[in-house]
Design a protein. Structure first.
Length: 85
């Protein structure tokens, strides 16, 4: 699948064409000085990525439950206090 690239100026001048192509399911890459800078996607594709990202991210509860457990005791470090006047 070939992704169409637009220079920033061309994308500005033909924004309707960029959006139309994205709505047809073809991601559109916008470049700035020849370097890819942004991608225009259809809302359907964007929502797919959002759902995938949400499914891959652990919930806060999962994060808390994955924390290591111990017996409640911590080894105390031997720390020298600094002198002050």
């Amino acid at each position: 699948m070939q992704i169409e690239q637009w220079s920033l100026q061309d994308a500005k001048n033909k924004f309707s064409s960029v959006v139309d192509a994205a709505q047809k399911g073809k991601a559109q890459v916008v470049t700035r000085r020849g370097v890819p800078a942004a991608v225009v996607l259809s809302i359907e594709e964007f929502e797919k990525f959002q759902r995938f990202d949400a499914a891959q991210s652990p919930s806060f509860i999962d994060h808390l439950l994955s924390m290591p457990t111990d017996d409640g005791e911590f080894e105390r470090m031997d720390v020298q206090l600094r002198d002050f006047e």
